[in-house]
Design a protein. Structure first.
Length: 345
């Protein structure tokens, strides 16, 4: 009996030892797996990038967004030590390229240029937008922003904002304004002006801003809000007359031209802006790395002087600051679109 009891005690001890050993091994294995996973994910962000990066521009080659993207991406490539390949995916007011960015793998190897329209306007404008700027994209850094100029043909009788408002009130729905298409900054600036001044203007949309400006040059439309960098050459040449600017303060490039605020319409503040974005879910370490690199680039004197020479403000700042801008702009233009009953489809 004593031997039997001794055997039983020994077996019980053996079972306890085996159970303890199994538990230790299991915990050890789990710990090793977690450590291994951490080691395989963390270097991905820390050592990023280890291969070329695709950079999507949601507009055609040669335009303002494309030129700025190439300028910054070339310098970012040097900062990150990897090639950055620009891909133009134009169409639908920037929606096609922006949707491509939103649906790309969130691994830091697809980035893009995010613009005023697809990030802050198109959700209110298009009924069938297939991405949500807030849910599907993450802001990285603001690159630049620039005002628009209210212009008329030099043969026009209108020399001030007051002249335009008076004429529009004297003869409602007779003055025309040109734009590069529905929902762009050209139209929305004029719509905000209409709503603020309590006037009615007839919208004449064109296929591009260049086509709209051509008809303004020809005297076929009464007025247009145009980007500063596009407007200034014609203003300097005397081919168009600048009436006012949509920034808070006067531009150093057009010191004699008043702001809309000076003319009595402080609500008419419009900036066409753009910045780098990535698919939602891109690791925060990667977003931070790109943000820091681009902030360095935006302090480069050549980059700064080129942006300023086009009448724009240099961007920069944190991802959260860029996100706040997008949120505020989205709320502002959604209301303008709603009041103006503007629809793109």
């Amino acid at each position: 009996m004593k031997n039997s009891n001794l055997c039983s005690v020994s077996l019980n001890g053996l079972r306890r030892n085996l159970l303890h050993s199994t538990l230790v091994l299991t915990i050890g294995a789990l710990s090793w797996i977690q450590t291994s996973q951490a080691q395989t994910t963390k270097p991905h962000a820390t050592n990023y990038p280890t291969k070329p990066i695709s950079f999507i521009v949601p507009y055609g080659a040669g335009g303002g967004a494309d030129s700025r993207s190439r300028q910054i991406a070339n310098l970012l490539s040097i900062e990150l030590g990897q090639p950055i390949i620009i891909e133009n995916k134009a169409g639908a007011g920037g929606n096609i390229g922006t949707e491509f960015i939103a649906k790309a793998a969130p691994d830091g190897y697809t980035l893009g240029m995010g613009n005023f329209a697809p990030l802050a306007v198109n959700k209110a404008l298009f009924g069938n937008l297939r991405f949500d700027p807030e849910k599907d994209l993450v802001p990285i850094v603001l690159i630049d922003k620039g005002p628009l100029v209210l212009m008329v043909n030099p043969k026009s009788p209108y020399k001030t904002v007051g002249d335009i408002v008076k004429a529009a009130k004297d003869k409602p729905a007779t003055l025309t304004f040109a734009s590069g298409g529905i929902g762009g900054t050209h139209q929305l600036s004029a719509e905000l002006f209409k709503q603020s001044a309590g006037i009615d203007l007839i919208h004449i949309p064109y296929k591009s801003g260049a086509a709209a400006a051509t008809d303004l040059l020809g005297g076929n439309v009464d007025l247009m809000f145009e980007q500063m960098y596009s407007a200034k050459p014609n203003i300097d040449a005397g081919k168009l007359r600048a009436i006012a600017i949509t920034s808070k303060t006067r531009s150093p490039l057009l010191k004699d031209i008043p702001t809309l605020a000076e003319a009595g319409y402080p609500q008419v503040e419009v900036q066409n802006w753009q910045g780098f974005i990535a698919p939602k879910g891109t690791p925060p370490e990667i977003i931070e790395k790109i943000n820091k690199a681009v902030n360095v680039i935006l302090k480069n004197e050549n980059v700064k002087s080129l942006i300023l020479s086009q009448g724009n403000e240099v961007g920069g700042g944190t991802p959260s600051e860029f996100a706040s801008l997008i949120k505020a702009e989205s709320a502002k233009w959604s209301e303008v679109i709603r009041k103006g009953n503007i629809k793109a489809d």
